[in-house]
Design a protein around this ligand. Structure first.
Ligand SMILES: CC(C)(COP(=O)(O)OP(=O)(O)OC[C@H]1O[C@@H](n2cnc3c(N)ncnc32)[C@H](O)[C@@H]1OP(=O)(O)O)[C@@H](O)C(=O)NCCC(=O)NCCS
Length: 192
């Protein structure tokens, strides 16, 4: 039984586990066209070996990145990961960003196409932000999302994020680093 970190009615955030079924589901989602369009678009299709290699440190707790599945009525529908930005100073240096020590980041997708546009992306992001404050003392949540991805921006705005500044992401699409918005969420009681 995997650990549920947060829930809201039929929606829950559970830890991704170090089991074959979770890696298979992750591989299949990552290879789905609407996810691939924005998630490592220049990389070759994902294999089980590659997914295990990339996520095992998260599922076994060796990494400070927490990898989770978004479930709806117990059905795995998507993925969200979160991490302290302090552990990713290389990325901040490369893009020229400087975030406070208690800033956390997240990345999200809804992998099952039939669950898209039903509010689960927005609700999952909001749930994770609240969890980061309650469980990790996050002062803010910052993420980087392509300026050419209005669907993602609309999701983050709906979850309470605001656009802060533009940066060139290290991720590439068609060989070009993606122009991206740094978007920020701050808990309401600290002025957000
Ligand atoms: C981005 C993503 C997670 C959104 O999930 P979702 O569950 O479909 O989104 P929601 O139903 O919660 O919608 C959230 C907001 O985005 C809007 N939205 C949803 N799809 C949209 C689209 N295609 N174009 C514009 N706005 C869109 C909704 O209207 C909603 O805004 P509202 O609350 O003001 O009405 C999902 O589309 C996805 O997985 N995309 C592929 C991967 C990706 O881009 N991840 C983000 C990388 S930074």
């Amino acid at each position: 039984m995997s650990e549920t970190l947060a829930s809201d009615a039929e929606l829950a955030i559970r830890r991704m586990e170090d089991v074959h079924a979770d890696y298979v589901r992750m591989r299949d989602w990552l290879n789905t066209p609407h996810v691939r369009e924005w998630w490592d678009p220049d990389l070759p299709p994902h294999t089980i070996e590659k997914v295990v290699d990339e996520y095992r440190q998260c599922t076994t707790g060796e990494s400070s990145t927490v990898a989770c599945f978004i479930t709806v009525d117990g059905v795995d529908t998507g993925f969200v990961q979160f991490y302290p930005w302090a552990d990713d100073s290389d990325f901040q240096d490369q893009v020229g960003m400087a975030l406070p020590a208690d800033a956390w980041g997240l990345d999200v997708f809804i992998g099952e196409t039939r669950y898209l546009r039903r509010g689960y992306g927005r609700r999952a992001v909001a749930l994770v932000c609240a969890h980061l404050v309650a469980a990790h003392g996050a002062a803010e949540v910052d993420l980087v999302t392509a300026t050419a991805n209005p669907r993602a921006q609309a999701t983050y705005v709906a979850a309470g994020f605001a656009r802060v500044a533009e940066y060139l992401d290290t991720d590439t699409k068609n060989g070009e680093r993606m122009l991206s918005w740094l978007m920020r969420w701050v808990p309401a009681d600290t002025g957000g």
